[in-house]
Design a protein around this ligand. Structure first.
Ligand SMILES: [Zn+2]
Ligand SMILES: [Zn+2]
Length: 133
């Protein structure tokens, strides 16, 4: 069982099983949302993740596919928690920094390396994609 939550404790979540993939995302939208150089995303089937607390939702329509991404965050402390795709695949991204213990989830993949910052060094042996995987 994987657990996590926001900075202020208003949001808590649980995920069943292991993530499908752990990816570093270097896209400009993840950069803005995380306030950091990149985002570390755990991809789950949406049905595997449950949460408590009220998430605020930003409908991000600035996507390559044209399908909006629902960016869900704590409206009280601002921690980004989930990103949900609306392409019908039923997948949910959990932001690794909000896990109680992110240590076991080294990202195996980097996506959107086309917009990665020049001073970010990717882990050796990582699979990379210029855009989305
Ligand atoms: Zn919070
Ligand atoms: Zn991204």
């Amino acid at each position: 069982m994987i657990e996590g939550g926001c900075n202020c404790g208003a949001i808590r979540y649980r995920a069943e099983g292991a993530p499908v993939v752990v990816a570093q995302c270097h896209c400009t939208n993840c950069r803005k949302q995380s306030g950091s150089a990149f985002s570390v995303n755990l991809l789950f089937k949406a049905a595997a993740v449950t949460h408590e607390g009220d998430l605020t939702v930003y409908e991000d329509t600035d996507t390559l596919s044209g399908n909006p991404v629902l960016r869900k965050f704590c409206g009280r402390c601002g921690s980004p928690i989930f990103s949900e795709t609306t392409d019908g695949r039923g997948m949910l991204v959990v932001k690794a920094g909000t896990l109680d213990d992110p240590a076991p989830f080294a990202p195996a993949v980097s996506i959107w390396t086309a917009t990665a910052l020049p001073w970010v060094t990717l882990p050796e042996g990582q699979m990379t994609f210029e855009q989305n995987a």
